[in-house]
Design a binder for this molecule. Structure first.
Ligand SMILES: CC(C)(COP(=O)(O)OP(=O)(O)OC[C@H]1O[C@@H](n2cnc3c(N)ncnc32)[C@H](O)[C@@H]1OP(=O)(O)O)[C@@H](O)C(=O)NCCC(=O)NCCS
Length: 165
């Protein structure tokens, strides 16, 4: 079980944090693929009522973030990252716990995501949260890189989510 970083809090992202999230996204998630999650796009998502953009903060520093879009009964997890120097301390699990609880309240039963096939650590992390790998989608990323599509049914006892503080 991961250690919990008690210095961190989880909350909705502020408009002023869009650039930080976009830059972290480019460096930690989109590395080698180009930059699709620009500041303007993240800012738009922060303002979108059907999307939650959340951050893990240590004081003023954003040390992790996630972005999830809600539809009728399912949600799509689009971005998820924790700063390299703060990993394996339960921050990712805490971000997921916030999203999972919110999604359940919103009546969401399933969360979907795509992750780079070349990213085994993230795939392990998602499996740890209760996601299952459904299929590989060749060329999903700009026609160059394959994605693995994963799905999590909520409320069926997915492991790994510590209680929210
Ligand atoms: C994937 C990521 C978000 C995990 O965040 P984190 O805060 O380190 O995750 P946690 O500490 O909550 O980890 C919970 C569990 O997930 C699994 N896990 C997490 N990172 C792992 C890794 N690198 N290798 C293997 N298992 C891992 C472990 O079971 C871990 O529990 P443990 O530490 O007790 O063994 C983080 O590594 C990251 O930001 N990676 C780069 C960006 C990325 O790949 N994002 C996802 C695709 S969009």
């Amino acid at each position: 079980m991961g250690r919990t970083d008690h210095r961190c809090g989880i909350r909705l992202a502020r408009r002023a944090e869009a650039r930080t999230i976009a830059v972290m996204s480019r460096e930690l998630i989109e590395s080698g693929l180009g930059w699709s999650w620009t500041t303007a796009r993240v800012r738009h998502s922060i303002a979108d009522v059907d999307t939650n953009v959340i951050v893990a903060v240590d004081g003023e520093r954003v040390v992790g973030f996630a972005l999830m879009h809600y539809r009728e009964e399912r949600a799509h997890l689009l971005l998820f990252a924790v700063a390299a120097d703060r990993r394996r301390r339960g921050i990712g699990s805490s971000l997921w716990a916030w999203l999972e609880r919110t999604a359940l309240v919103a009546g969401i039963s399933t969360v979907h995501l795509e992750v780079r096939a070349s990213n085994p650590p993230a795939r392990r992390f998602y499996r740890h949260l209760g996601f299952v790998e459904e299929e590989t989608v060749p060329g999903y990323y700009r026609g160059r890189e394959a994605a693995v599509r994963m799905r999590c049914r909520l409320g069926v006892g997915a492991g790994g989510s510590p209680p929210l503080r």
